[in-house]
Each structure stands twice: as structure tokens, then as C-alpha cells.
Design a protein around this ligand. Structure first.
Ligand code: ADP
Length: 335
């Protein structure tokens, strides 16, 4: 049984002729215990999708199931979910313990049970020594962990994360990412996690949903999404620098787009003639930006050879087993 099923889910904001459809029929089955990341640029509908699962937005058409229950018309509190937001708003006057216990007290969970659950969550999150502190006495990362603790103690069927890391600095983000992975390994609750950050998606997800303008372009493992992108959009969104998408380079037929990742290009004796425009030195690697006629191209190179300079002409060859072909009209993968 799927833990979450989305069946042709549609969302329109507004009514009648002025209605603006922003989710165009998304279907996906999330397995029990799976960690799924919904990723895409700002405005593609990630939060709307998550909020419909949470019950914070009405579903215009289609169905959402959590386990075998149709939840379309259930209140958030009836859906057996817990949500972790970017703005996790802890109660400032309450201790860490009380912040985590609050929801359980409201739900009239017996006191010994509350203590057991909070202690267990605190242990998993390594907050045990901080339980008597107030939020202002915690670091940003610790506060984020308390917010997660608050979700864990409710023992929900599903965790929903809405960009929970975007308020943290880069180092803390990486660290909190590891903590979320550890947490998921330990308690294995089905999770949906929204982010605009493709690195976050690649590192956290067991499977990734890539959203593009309200459409699900692909639902696959990080490996599948990276090495067999279903559309040119996925190809260029996942990966930095993005996949090269060439329409007019020699060897590319009219109506087709050739995709090749920067790491699958190499300097050689034969290949495309590329005019170097600039080189970015990034320590262990360098990015060589150039042109084949009209087309922009970026290649990833290591430090084994002296870097080219702007104005040089290089021969660059693509690895033949790493070519991606897309239909230029639809943007869909052809081979
Ligand atoms: P994301 O989370 O990917 O940034 P959202 O789900 O927030 O995107 O938004 C998807 C689209 O729906 C956007 O075009 C946005 O402007 C629109 N939208 C979001 N919330 C509302 C709302 N309450 N009323 C009208 N349009 C909205």
C-alpha cells in the first residue's frame, strides 16, 4: 500500500473564468517509509502540492490518499501528519521540553507518555541536555531540531517539510541535512520535503519529484533524474553547471536537442572546435566556458593540464555513451 497517493491532483486559485490553474494533474505514489523531495524553481507549485497534502489548501480536482484514507475533505488535524516549516516559531517563553510537549498536552496525552515521547525524540535529536533551556538560548540549528522534535513526538504517519532549512547558513544547512537523514534512518516515517535547492534534493531524497510550471516532469531516484532526465527542463535544473543543451552544433539534426553534461566533455585531438570565452578556477576543478558557433558550452576539467585562456580554440569531444537526445518541440527525452 502506498503511504501517499496523488491521483490527477489539480489546483486552481480563484473561481470561474478568472481561475488560475497552478497544478495541472499530478499523479504519484509514495511508498511507506520513503523520503521524497519535491523540487523545482520558485512558483512551480511545490508548496501548493505539499499544502494540499497537509490540508492547508483545498484540492480543486483529483484525489489524495494517506494510506488507504481519502483525505480530500479531512481537516489537517485529522490527517495524521506533522509539518516542519521554514518559520518554525517556537514558543519563546516555554522551555525546549514544553515546546515539544505542547501539542501532546493539548491532545490530552497522559503525562508519563508525554515524558517518554519527548525524551525519546530529544535523544534522537541530541537535545537531551537542552530540555530546560528557552529558545533564545539555542543556536539556529538547535531551534530547527526542536521544531523537528515537536513533529516527531506526535508520531504521525507522514512528515511534511516545507523548505525547513532555508533560514540556516550553508554550513548549518549541510549539517542539518545529515541530521534529517539520520532521523529518517532511525524512525523511517514517510516524508515529503519541499525545496528549491537541487543539491538538497539530490542528497536527501530516495526519490525526487521535479516540478515544472505545475507539471510533474519526472519522479525518480536521484540517479535516474541526473543520468536519465525525462525533459530538457529536468536536464538543466538538476546539476550545476547545468547540462549543455545543443541545437545547432555539428552532428545535431533539426528538431532535436543534444544534451551533454559538463563532466562528459574532454579535450581531445578531434571533436567540436570551441572558442574559449572564459575560465572559472574552482580549486580542484575548472569550468571552461566557450562557444561552438552560436552555441554556448561549458566543460568541467581537472587541474592536470594548464588552463586555456579566453580566445583559445580547443577541440572538445563528448563521451558517446553519455549523450542525451531530446525532441526540440516538446523538450521530452527521445533516447
Ligand atoms: P513554489 O512553492 O514552487 O514556489 P507555490 O506553490 O507557492 O510555488 O505557487 C505556485 C503558483 O501558485 C504560483 O504561480 C503562485 O503565484 C500561485 N499561488 C500560490 N498561492 C496562491 C494564492 N493563495 N492565490 C493565488 N495564487 C497563488
Amino acid at each position: 500500500m502506498a503511504a501517499i497517493s496523488l491521483r490527477n491532483v489539480i489546483k486552481r486559485y480563484g473561481k470561474g473564468p478568472k481561475a488560475n490553474q497552478v497544478i495541472h494533474g499530478v499523479s504519484a505514489e509514495v511508498n511507506a517509509g520513503e523520503f521524497v523531495v519535491i523540487v523545482g524553481p520558485s512558483g512551480c507549485g511545490k508548496s501548493t502540492l505539499l499544502r494540499m497534502v497537509a490540508g492547508l489548501e483545498e484540492i480543486s480536482a483529483g484525489e489524495i490518499f494517506i494510506r488507504d484514507r481519502l483525505v480530500n475533505h479531512l481537516e489537517p488535524a485529522e490527517r495524521d501528519i506533522a509539518m516542519v516549516f521554514q518559520n518554525y516559531a517556537l514558543y519563546p517563553h516555554m522551555s525546549v521540553f514544553d515546546n515539544m510537549a505542547y501539542g501532546l498536552r493539548i491532545a490530552k496525552v497522559p503525562v508519563p507518555e508525554i515524558k517518554a515521547r519527548v525524551d525519546k525524540a530529544a535523544k534522537i535529536l541530541e537535545l537531551g541536555h537542552l530540555l530546560t533551556r528557552k529558545p533564545r538560548e539555542l543556536s539556529g540549528g538547535q531551534r530547527q531540531r526542536v521544531a523537528m522534535g515537536r513533529a516527531i513526538v506526535r508520531q504521525p504517519q507522514v512528515f511534511l517539510f516545507d523548505e525547513p532549512l532555508s533560514n540556516l547558513d550553508a554550513k548549518l544547512r549541510a549539517q542539518t541535512r545529515l541530521e534529517i537523514q539520520k532521523l529518517h534512518r532511525e524512525i523511517g516515517v514517510t516524508s515529503l520535503f519541499v525545496t528549491h535547492d537541487q543539491v538538497e534534493a539530490m542528497t536527501l531524497a530516495q526519490r525526487i519529484i521535479v516540478m515544472n510550471g505545475g507539471v510533474m516532469d519526472q519522479f525518480g531516484t536521484p540517479e535516474e533524474v541526473y543520468s536519465r532526465p525525462a525533459t530538457t527542463f529536468v536536464a538543466s535544473f538538476m546539476g550545476s553547471p547545468p547540462m549543455n543543451l545543443l541545437k545547432h552544433a555539428p552532428g545535431v539534426r533539426t528538431g532535436m536537442i543534444l544534451g551533454i553534461r559538463p563532466e562528459h566533455l574532454a579535450l581531445g585531438a578531434s571533436g567540436w572546435s570551441v572558442q574559449v570565452e572564459y575560465v572559472e578556477m574552482l580549486g580542484a576543478e575548472r569550468l571552461i566556458y566557450g562557444r561552438i558557433g552560436e552555441e554556448q558550452l561549458v566543460m568541467r576539467a581537472d587541474e592536470s593540464q594548464p588552463p586555456p585562456v579566453a580566445g583559445d580554440t580547443l577541440k572538445i569531444a563528448a563521451r558517446q555513451d553519455k549523450l542525451h537526445w531530446f525532441d526540440a518541440g516538446s523538450g521530452k527525452r527521445a533516447a
